[in-house]
Design a protein around this ligand. Structure first.
Ligand code: COI
Length: 460
């Protein structure tokens, strides 16, 4: 076990955190000495834990505040008839909410064992978050449209700057796999990713409302129709349309990855084909795109091993949509042979699994990662010049541009984070030697608050 001054280094062991040296079990290249900022802040956290602390840090003031979660319905109602004063209220909500949400995550990072928080990738994320926290907490009340324009620029810059967060976190977590209880590490990752989604949702929603307000076609107070977007929320998101679009993109990706002659399985959709619900389109596209991509590749791989594969098409992927009173359930069934036994226990893990080393190597090739289209959209608005470094894109419209065969091991666990964020769920049943059934449950009424904490089953 890892030892700090003769004691096992655990998250709760704050006095060790503040003083311990780095274990010689950790490769030097990976764990650099922490910066003075991080050292001071860890010391404050250590004092907080052993009772010698006084509320001196500005972070403590913000950690003491609770986040104010919102629902899709609230976002819709608020943005439905947009006026100047509503836009200004939205700006002030984001202005005060972002530093609260970031402060909580900074405190989580301070509670990590010293060896984890000083991992170079995790430390870089820590610095990004601390800078963002410091920037947003200092923004003065937004009173005018001009103030709002300046505020939107700050938001856009931060959204763009944080495109490096996912690959950095993913690499840090994989490198720290053996240094902390994997369950705790995965819990930390789930919380931090969910919180990141939440911040991007409120920030992007505000940018989107501002864009609507500034559009020459916009008339203040005008009520939108059902087929519209309100900011980033698609009021009537059709399950069938999303699945069809994802299937098309995934088919194209499969051809790029496996060669133009590959036999790609057909994706058949049945069930309640008219099911619709309010949702953030890019979140749904991310989840469905990842599930279909896994299914399609598994079926192709299995089919190619069959002796008669050239003469018979691969078995189709069956997608069933089920619309219930409060939920829409999407089941994706494939006959790709099921999940390999050695991968099964680590399906949802960010930190552990038989492919960890490969994932780490692959992540090294992905400096920036936009998990949804909005993330890219923001970057584009700021100018293509900013996109010089390759940005890995995970969402539907860009599935085809992701590096083929680059397994990052993020698709499934991140899809579940997206699903649970809007009070839904994602589960897989693997039938060994036969195939996989994936069940995605979506809360259909849009009245559930964003879920900022993780599921009880994960926390256990
Ligand atoms: C993130 O993407 O991690 C963020 O926190 C974005 C926010 C600063 C607007």
């Amino acid at each position: 076990a890892l030892r700090c001054h003769g004691r096992r280094c655990r998250p709760s062991d704050y006095s060790a955190l503040a003083t311990c040296g780095l274990s010689n079990a950790i490769p030097r290249a990976t764990f650099t000495a922490p910066s003075p900022l991080v050292r001071t802040q860890l010391r404050t956290a250590a004092q907080a834990a052993n009772g010698t602390w006084r509320p001196v840090s500005v972070l403590d003031e913000w950690v003491a505040k609770e986040a104010r979660p919102i629902s899709l319905r609230q976002l819709m109602v608020f943005g439905r008839s947009l006026t100047e004063s509503r836009l200004i209220s939205s700006a002030n909500y984001v202005r005060t909410e972002l530093p609260v949400r970031i402060a909580h995550r900074i405190r989580d990072m301070q509670k990590l064992p010293y060896v984890v928080v000083t991992n170079r990738h995790i430390e870089e994320v820590y610095k990004l978050y601390y800078n963002a926290f410091d920037t947003f907490r200092k923004v003065k009340e937004i009173r005018t449209l001009e103030d709002n324009e300046k505020f939107c620029e700050i938001i856009s810059q931060n959204l763009k700057g944080h495109l490096t967060v996912i690959p950095k976190l993913a690499m840090g977590i994989l490198e720290c796999g053996g240094l902390m209880d994997p369950k705790e590490l995965d819990h930390f990752m789930n919380v931090i990713l969910r919180s990141r989604i939440s911040r991007r949702v409120i920030a992007e929603q505000h940018l989107s409302l501002t864009e609507t307000f500034n559009s020459p076609y916009f008339s203040p107070g005008a009520t939108l129709s059902e087929s519209d977007f309100i900011g980033e929320v698609f009021i009537k998101c059709s399950a069938k349309d999303v699945i069809s679009r994802c299937a098309k993109a995934v088919t194209q990706l499969a051809r790029t990855t496996n060669g133009p002659d590959v036999q790609v399985p057909e994706v058949r959709i049945d069930g309640h084909l008219n099911a619709s619900f309010p949702y953030i389109l890019s979140h749904l596209e991310y989840i469905v795109g990842e599930l279909l991509r896994n299914s399609v590749q598994a079926v192709i791989d299995r089919h190619q091993k069959q002796p008669d594969h050239a003469s018979s098409p691969p078995p189709p992927i069956e997608v069933t949509i089920c619309e219930a009173q409060e939920h829409v359930i999407i089941r994706i069934s494939d006959r790709g042979g099921g999940i390999p036994r050695d991968e099964l226990p680590y399906l949802w893990s960010f930190s552990k699994g038989p492919l960890s080393q490969k994932r780490l190597e692959n992540l090294g090739q992905v400096p920036r990662m936009a998990a949804t289209m909005q993330e890219l959209h923001v970057t584009d608005e700021l100018g293509r010049a900013d996109l010089k470094a390759p940005t890995y894109l995970g969402s539907l419209s860009t599935l085809t541009s992701r590096p083929p065969n680059l397994r990052l091991g993020m698709g499934l666990p991140l899809s579940r984070v997206y699903a649970e964020y809007w009070a839904g769920s994602l589960n897989l049943h693997s039938l060994e030697g036969y195939g996989v059934d994936a069940f995605l449950q979506i809360s259909r009424l849009g009245n559930k608050n964003e879920q900022l904490t993780t599921r009880a089953s994960m926390d256990a």
